[in-house]
Ligand binder design. Structure first.
Ligand SMILES: Nc1ncnc2c1ncn2[C@@H]1O[C@H](COP(=O)(O)OP(=O)(O)OP(=O)(O)O)[C@@H](O)[C@H]1O
Ligand SMILES: [Mg+2]
Length: 391
């Protein structure tokens, strides 16, 4: 009876679950060297006691905005150790969507005993400034998902924070990093704020490509799992599947689910077949996409689906062999090589398969690898089979 329970946490694959959490901060970011260098350039004067810097980070969901600010915050604090005392505060405005809630979070970062109520915004700002000057400290403040604050409340708080040192003897209290998914964030601000933020301080993160997502999955697998338990092909499949969204969370989620499947099966290695489109994210195919296909296009697709249920990719040569077998099974005469190729192209145009030329491009130079990303081979297979059996 306890057999199934023994498999849970047996650690055949997983050594440490921590790195599979979204909150785990990687020691280094994958594929964000340029953006980190841009940040370093914007904050290059930070060593100077009287300097404040501002940056705006924009990018789509899961493009690493939050982790970039965390990584950078940690790195710069260490870099300036002994030269400037930096206090790092990260406030997510989705969780604290009003100006006074944000201020309260900042006050708490500086003084965990800060009383909850009874102060006006102006008073809290003054106490923040006092606290910083007493400790000779500089606050590096991240306002994450800042568009929520602006839309819910206003940009008033940001304006006040940018002017925190105005009319004071002391300057350089606070540096600000604004983070948002909203590409048009700056349009939400008045010119006075934009001029203070500086247009040149905007860093735009692009959605991740397949290769980077494979790297992000690999980085986590390397620290979370037994050496060699997650192979290259498995990681490449994770990269490809998540490449559709470009969202790093998607890659981590696919890795996590694949590890679970392998462990549940009592295996010590995570195979490509353990990587599956999650039902939550599945970009389902439209029935009409299948309906427009000719009979032989469907047969070609059926052969491909049968293999891709179990494997990550299939060569065009194997796809043709499987097509011939499928034709035999349903009593049709296979079409010529050239027609087979035309069908393959048509399936690609329909967005049902992806093909790519591999390095081992010998002979006729037409060896291609076929993969599927946004469709589930198993459900396509049963759909086409049912149709063929109905005749
Ligand atoms: N370049 C990277 N290297 C390693 N891990 C990354 C990288 N980018 C993102 N991640 C990881 O992917 C997950 C999502 O990243 P993050 O939370 O920073 O995205 P985001 O852009 O802030 O998303 P959202 O718009 O939803 O707030 C996190 O667990 C993060 O550690
Ligand atoms: Mg974020």
């Amino acid at each position: 009876m306890a057999g199934y329970i023994d498999r849970i946490g047996a650690g055949k694959v997983l050594l440490d679950k921590g790195p599979l959490s979204y909150d785990w901060i990687p020691p280094a970011l994958i594929g964000r060297d340029d953006e980190l260098a841009d940040m370093a350039a914007i904050f290059s004067q930070m060593e100077n006691q009287y300097t404040s810097c501002q940056a705006v980070i924009l990018g789509p969901v899961g493009s690493g905005k939050t982790v970039l600010t965390q990584r950078f915050g940690d790195d710069i604090r260490q870099h300036l150790e002994g030269r400037r005392h930096i206090i790092f505060a990260h406030v997510n405005c989705r969780n604290h969507p009003t100006g006074s809630q944000v201020l309260q979070q900042i006050a708490l970062a500086l003084d965990p005993g800060h009383p909850e109520r009874g102060f006006s915004s102006g008073e809290i700002i003054q106490s923040i400034r006092r606290n910083l000057s007493t400790h000779n400290a500089h606050l590096l403040l991240i306002l994450d998902e800042v568009d929520v604050l602006i839309l819910r409340d206003s940009s008033d708080l940001i304006y006040k924070l940018l002017r925190i040192d105005e009319g004071q003897e002391w300057s350089g209290s606070l540096s600000l990093i604004l983070v948002s998914q909203n590409q048009t964030l700056l349009k939400l601000f008045e010119p006075a704020i934009i001029s203070r933020l500086g247009q040149s301080n905007v860093i735009e993160l692009a959605a991740y490509d397949e290769v980077t997502l494979t790297g992000i999955a690999r980085q986590r697998a390397d620290v979370a799992c037994r050496t060699g338990s997650v192979g290259d092909e498995t990681l490449a499949k994770i990269g490809r599947f998540s490449g559709e969204s470009g969202d790093a969370r998607h890659a981590i989620e696919l890795l996590d689910a694949a590890i679970r499947r392998a462990e549940k099966a009592g295996r010590g290695d995570v195979l490509p077949e353990d990587v599956r489109v999650s039902t939550l994210r599945q970009a389902a195919f439209e029935p009409s996409q299948i309906d427009v296909l000719s009979k032989h296009q469907k047969l070609v697709l059926l052969g491909i689906c049968r293999r891709l249920k179990k494997a990550d990719h299939i060569s065009s040569g194997d796809a043709q062999k499987l097509y011939n077998l499928v034709c035999e099974e349903f009593g049709f005469k296979p079409r010529s090589y050239t027609t087979f190729w035309k069908h393959l192209k048509a399936l690609e145009v329909e967005g049902l398969i992806d093909t790519r030329t591999t390095k081992a491009n010998v002979g006729r130079g037409r060896t291609r690898h076929i993969t599927m990303t946004n469709t589930l081979p198993a459900s396509l297979e049963s759909r086409i089979e049912r149709e063929m059996l109905r005749g």
